[in-house]
Design a protein around this ligand. Structure first.
Ligand code: ADP
Length: 577
């Protein structure tokens, strides 16, 4: 734990040398004390030595090509481990690049800390024009859960403890920690430095609702004719997998998983209402939301998507999430595990039941939708050129042989179609665009999933989405990570067949042989033009456990503009018909 460095100009081996430390070593020691195992970043002034010292200390440093990708990796690490993922950035532009990911982490309620070096305060604050001058603390504030700056080396331990506590406790989120270059270089007494560091005890304490709140919720559930549980990514994050499963199964209530909650219970679970989603929302009269917000992804809980008379019970760690969209008849403020245990404990035997009519209604709709989908899938399987659904069925079949694979998914059509085609069997095995529907998380999330879990990763990417973080393929190859990237390449944003009205390509046009990119970095590239070729390439790549990229050539005419969310486009006079 003791950090020792040689102050500038000091000869080796003096008595003073052993008694001194500096800001850089204190940051690393504070991270070590708090059991940080991995740091994601991009080096440069003033943090290059920080990365070196971290690596030498046994922390795994993963160096990226772009700070947004490093930040997305840290965010995904936070989601997967329930501990704040750490991202390290340089000042000004590097900081701003990372801030995108920190804001995205905050929006998704993932714990993350971005530590950034910054330029000289006395120059920045008088706007005298310093190298990479920016008031980073002020810039970060609107986008994050909290932003702190350390002004003295002796406060580094406090700053890191505060950042970790804030990121992980309550509703998790992104915390910005500003450490000016001068503080990183500040030399202080090693003993004083060591004494200034501490380990955060119980960073995210359990939070329990009162008995009254629990009983109110049970009474409401017991009164329901058509109850429904909605599981969100907060439930997946909570790592309360057995409590979730036991509560769902013991009550028999049908449930809907939000996309990153898929796998909390296997997607083929008999109580899953996923394939009768619109009916379930329209008809449910009492809805138990577990770690899921009634935001745009759930139509704000409004009619006509929802039953206008539905009553809501909400389990959430954030009290102010209640009533954000609809009246919450029974708020349950607490962590998912504690709340579900309390519900299970206080429910009397037989108090909650689900009618056969409700189960049958959902089962009928499920059957119809599954049949309709089967027809579409069969047609797509045979289509030439290959369609999204043809390629994705091949991916689905191969992944069924590898339930430990972590699936990363982004794009428009690539997202919508993969989500409905590829079933998940295990919790926290699907990472996707999340609350913002953001593009660019792909390679960062995939790298973190591989680094944090050691499991193989398959990233299913639209060709446009992949482009945002595509250069990180080099990072994947440099660290020899077991990541197979499938690019569903229909040569365009949404689709690739739009005619241009000028000599330039249409705004939605793209064109790339992505498999050649990975070959440049020493990875294995495949080009697949049929579902069978996709399956063969994916099987081979997963068996090899090495970096690979499969460019799946999709019909440019296959693809819907804006995927499932086309209704969010403005409807003005130029609206594309
Ligand atoms: P989804 O997009 O899957 O519907 P959201 O991101 O909208 O999920 O909702 C996640 C919710 O989970 C957030 O409101 C967050 O406050 C909450 N949450 C996060 N961690 C926990 C936890 N441990 N216990 C309870 N709620 C949590």
């Amino acid at each position: 734990m003791t950090a020792v460095s040689k102050p500038a100009g000091e000869p080796e081996g003096t008595a003073e040398q052993a008694a001194l430390t500096d800001g850089i070593h204190l940051v690393v020691d504070a991270l070590k004390i708090n059991e940080v195992e991995n740091v994601y970043g991009v080096v440069g002034i003033p943090i290059t030595d920080l990365a070196r010292v971290a690596q030498a200390s046994g922390i795994r440093y993963i160096g990226f090509r772009h700070e947004s990708d490093a930040g997305h990796a840290a965010a995904a690490a936070g989601f997967l481990t329930k501990k704040p993922g750490i991202c390290l950035t340089v000042s000004a532009p590097g900081f701003l690049n990372g801030l995108v990911a920190l804001a995205n982490a905050t929006t998704n309620c993932f714990p993350m800390v971005q530590i950034s070096g910054s330029s000289e305060r006395h120059l920045v604050d008088l706007q005298r024009g310093d190298y990479e001058e920016l008031d980073q603390l002020a810039a970060a504030k609107p986008f994050v859960k909290a932003a702190y700056r350390v002004h003295r080396a002796e406060d580094i331990g406090r700053g890191i403890a505060r950042a970790i506590r804030t990121a992980a406790s309550g509703r998790p989120g992104g915390v910005y920690l500003d450490i000016p270059a001068a503080v990183l270089g500040e030399v202080i007494d090693a003993e004083k430095g060591a004494a200034s560091l501490w380990k955060v005890v119980d960073p995210a304490p359990a939070q329990l609702p009162s008995h009254e709140a629990v009983d109110r919720a049970i009474d409401l559930l017991a009164s329901a004719e058509r109850p429904l549980i909605v599981l969100g990514k907060g439930a997946a994050y909570a790592q309360a997998d057995s409590q979730v499963r036991e509560f769902v199964e013991s009550t028999g209530i049908p449930y809907l998983p939000m996309s990153m909650a898929k796998g909390l219970l296997p997607d083929d679970h008999p109580q899953s209402a996923a394939t009768a989603r619109s009916l379930a929302l329209k008809r449910a009269d009492v809805v138990l939301l577990v770690g899921a917000r009634l935001n745009w992804l759930l139509g704000h809980g409004e009619a006509p998507q929802w039953n206008p008379d539905a009553k809501f019970i909400q389990v959430d760690i954030a009290a102010n999430e209640m009533d954000s969209n609809q009246p919450i008849a029974a708020p349950l403020v607490g962590d998912v595990g504690s709340v579900l245990e309390a519900l299970a404990e206080r429910t009397k035997p037989g108090q909650i039941s689900v009618s056969a009519e409700w189960k049958d209604e959902l089962a009928d709709r499920t059957r119809k939708n599954v049949d309709r989908m089967a027809g579409k899938l069969a047609a797509a399987r045979e289509a030439a050129p290959m369609q999204f659904l043809g390629a994705l069925q091949a991916v689905r079949d191969v992944l069924a042989e590898h339930p430990n694979v972590k699936l990363v998914n982004e794009g428009a059509n690539a997202l919508d179609k993969a989500r409905s085609t590829i079933g998940m069997q295990r919790p926290r095995h699907r990472l996707d665009v999340g609350t913002w529907g953001v593009m660019g998380i792909g390679m960062g999330y995939a790298i973190a999933a591989a680094v944090e879990t050691g499991d193989p990763v398959v990233a299913v990417e639209g060709d446009s989405a992949f482009g945002f973080s595509g250069m990180e393929i080099e990072t994947v190859c440099r660290y020899r990570l077991p990541i197979v990237t499938l690019v569903l390449n229909n040569s365009g944003v949404y689709r690739g067949d739009e005619a241009s009205t000028t000599d330039d390509p249409a705004p939605t046009a793209l064109g790339a042989r992505h498999e050649r990119m990975i070959e440049a970095f020493g990875g294995k590239g495949y080009r697949a033009t049929t579902p069978d070729e996709v399956a063969t390439a994916l099987r081979e790549a997963l068996a090899a456990g090495e970096p690979a990229l499969i460019d799946c050539v999709i019909d440019p005419a296959d693809g819907t503009e804006s995927g499932n969310i086309a209704h969010l486009n403005p409807k003005g006079i130029s609206a594309k018909q």
